[in-house]
Design a protein. Structure first.
Length: 64
């Protein structure tokens, strides 16, 4: 198999929603004020891109 740059994170391995911080402020939560901060819903607080697990690359192709 070969690998290609992850399009979700543009190859840098960080979560596109929280930009690697692992947390998001109130604007991301319905009805919350900007002063509230919580764990990023996309990466579950890890800060890593959930599609490539922070590697910046995804495997493509199949066996054979």
């Amino acid at each position: 198999m070969s690998t290609h740059m992850c399009l979700d994170c543009d190859g840098d391995g960080t979560c596109a929603v929280c930009h690697g911080s692992g947390s998001v402020s109130g604007g991301m939560f319905a009805g919350a004020s900007d002063s509230i901060e919580g764990s990023c819903p996309s990466c579950s607080g890890s800060g890593e891109c959930p599609k490539c697990d922070g590697l910046g690359e995804v495997e493509v192709g199949g066996e054979g």
